[in-house]
Design a protein around this ligand. Sequence first.
Ligand code: SF4
Length: 350
Amino acid sequence: MISIHDHSGIEALRKRLRIDPQALRRLRGAFLRTFRGAESALEELPSAERVEFAGAVRFHDLELAEVQDSKLDGASKLLFRTADGRAIESVILRIKTGRTALCVSTQTGCAGGCLFCATGRLKGVRNLTTAEILDQAAQAGERLRGEGRPLRNVVFMGMGEPFHNEENLHAALEELWGRNGFHLSDRHLLVSTLGIPDAMRRLAHRFPRVGLALSLHSVRQEIRDSLMPLTRRWPLSELRAAVSELNALQDHPVMIEYLMLGGLTDTDADLAQLVQWLDGLRVHVNLIPYNPGMAGDTGEAAIRPSPPERLEEFLAALKRAGFRATRRHSLGGDIAAACGQLARRREPGA
Ligand code: SF4
């Protein structure tokens, strides 16, 4: 069967069945832009070709196994199963302002191995296909349509390091903002990375309006190396040079994600060095309160949250130094959907 996201395969089928290109365009619009679902979208085709087209095309690459709705806020976790039996998660974020965002996964786990992240402890990581990435948006969009909420933002902050699956990431981004795809604004797309300088540059060159969030967390090399072992190969000076290049290519600031860990990333020295590191860069600093669920059962005793008042001091100091800075309010803490918690706590269908 051909995935609905496989353009060349679908075009070959269209030619074989002699379907009018306009009818196919309407079907894609109904499925990807207005999220009417496969059955309703198929009505855009003439009835003579509809059955054969439906029999040859796969509209979904993931099986939605379970939905967990937060009782605290507007988050819902979607637990999917892939055709080869892997479990992945996406999170719908219904933000108070009325905006609706979807956090998607790009891998079935992550080789990043960050100490504070549950996803990094999963074994047997594989890259998701472009169709598997896009189906998270298609299924979430359909769900949200039923609530009368349009899906506006897609953030690549779920399971996996997006740049470890760069080819499929780029293909998914093309489809998310392409006129013939989901047609979202590229300004409403955001990719979060642990910081791979060359991949950051490639993203900014190809998608200058797509946002980038850098998980910085510390500008002390030894601390960052211990928190995020995979980042050892890219010294902080190289990372800073990449952010500076991105600033020259993009008209929006780079989002700096900074996890507030007691004694590790929140000392006066950390603050002074962070201000120095950021000096001259166009950034928006997002301070992330450490979520106790992140460490799970790894026994990472060194990892503990900063006191809330320390976070406020950091925030105020960064603002005084002239930076845009905010505190992240994670949603879905009660369903393990907050940052760093996506780790198949419960296998779909279990
Ligand atoms: S924080 Fe990101 S890069 Fe690090 S292990 Fe988790 S998913 Fe991977």
